[in-house]
Design a protein around this ligand. Structure first.
Ligand SMILES: Cc1cc(C(=O)O[C@@H]2C[C@H]3CC[C@]2(C)C3(C)C)ccc1N
Length: 228
């Protein structure tokens, strides 16, 4: 069963995860702006920028994160930003979108200058996350576990990151057994999504390059987090 400490950790993570959502004005624009490639790209830039802001705020609220070495904090954020963003956008896309929004967002993503070779794996991932029907606690924990991946580039004190990640993995494992008793392999399926996420890093780098060469404008935050 869940211990008192684990329940306290759970509440902190879910509270942090709920605290920051994509601003409503961005979601509203999704429906209003016209459908030119330029407009779609600008919308995606706004979405990505607000997703990264949400990610930074969530990460700061992960218990113990701010006690890590400061350079390691930056290395973890930069190393996990793409995965955390795809995970959150997959969760929003498959669950939270008001009626009709996800079709609109899908249409805009397809017509924003992203090459087809990236679009397919992206929507396959969205679909595989949607099929899991994760509860909020699982989504929040999985996102925290992704961010606290010890073997990101340039992380100096990996054991310190492992000490934060391990209790979250243990807690997620217990939660999965409690939430999905009829599906013993559910926890393994969740971790399998993290492996699929890592493959998206490569596609994302390609996407950035193709936008760069077509001289698309990025926001300062996106340039900083992805060194572009
Ligand atoms: C530098 C830069 C990056 C993105 C991005 O990663 O977008 C992500 C790809 C899909 C998954 C999350 C995104 C925001 C998405 C929904 C468009 C969007 C615009 C932009 N100027």
């Amino acid at each position: 069963a869940i211990t008192k400490e684990q329940d306290a950790l759970m509440k902190l993570i879910v509270e942090a995860y709920n605290k920051h959502q994509i601003p409503q004005d961005v979601a509203k624009k999704l429906l209003q702006e016209q459908y030119s490639t330029e407009e779609n790209f600008l919308l995606l830039t706004e979405i990505a920028t607000s997703q990264v802001q949400v990610l930074v705020e969530f990460t700061k609220n992960i218990p113990g994160f701010l006690s890590l070495d400061h350079e390691d904090q930056i290395a973890l954020l930069k190393g996990s930003a793409v995965e955390a963003m795809f995970l959150r956008s997959a969760q929003v896309f498959s669950r939270k979108m008001p009626e009709g929004h996800s079709e609109v967002l899908e249409e805009r993503i397809r017509k924003s200058g992203i090459s087809e070779e990236f679009i397919t794996p992206l929507f396959n991932f969205y679909k595989s996350v949607g099929e899991l029907h994760m509860v909020l606690e699982e989504q929040a924990l999985l996102t925290a576990i992704t961010i606290l991946t010890p073997d990101r580039p340039f992380v100096k004190d990996q054991p310190a990151v492992e000490r934060l990640q391990e209790p979250m993995v243990e807690l997620l494992k217990k939660l999965c057994v409690l939430q999905h008793p009829q599906e013993p392999q559910y926890f393994a399926r969740l971790l399998g999504r993290l492996t699929e996420l890592r493959t998206l890093n490569h596609y994302h780098a390609e996407m950035l390059t193709s936008w760069r060469v077509n001289d698309h404008k990025f926001t300062p935050l996106l340039c900083e987090i992805w060194d572009v």
